[in-house]
Design a protein around this ligand. Structure first.
Ligand SMILES: [Ca+2]
Ligand SMILES: [Ca+2]
Length: 128
């Protein structure tokens, strides 16, 4: 059965942290379901601005306990994120992964980062 989740994403407060032109995708692997390459995007506002926290409400398969997240960028506008938090609206359970660095499709930074949780509610992302 599908459930509602809030996905919050905090953009870093450093130069060029913001993203306007690249596509950001989030994969969430849970104990009972998966959200695959979900495009994080708001049609109604300029998201991923420096220092901002953007919140997206989505409907997804029941993920159960989240095991890991994968963040991917497509495009040449690098994005720096401090953290991403996923909240199960029905239960209030939440999982947060921190990174504090850039992902970038065309630079020394990786285009994909892997964020293991392995039963915890806090995790740290690193390059694939
Ligand atoms: Ca940028
Ligand atoms: Ca933007």
């Amino acid at each position: 059965m599908a459930r509602d989740y809030l996905i919050s994403a905090r953009t870093c407060s450093v130069e060029d942290a913001d993203n306007d032109d690249s596509y950001i995708y989030l994969t969430i692997n849970g104990s009972t379901g998966r959200l695959n390459n979900h495009h994080l995007h708001s049609p109604s506002r300029d998201d991923f601005e420096t220092g901002a926290t953007d919140v997206y409400r989505i409907n997804a398969p029941n993920l159960g306990t989240i095991r890991n997240m994968i963040v991917r960028i497509s495009g040449n506008d690098g994005w720096c994120f401090e953290w991403i938090k996923v909240t199960d609206v029905a239960t209030g359970a939440n999982w947060r992964v921190t990174y504090n660095a850039f992902i970038d499709g065309d630079s020394e930074w990786p285009p994909i980062v892997y964020c293991p949780l392995e039963g915890r509610h806090e995790g740290v992302c690193s390059a694939q």
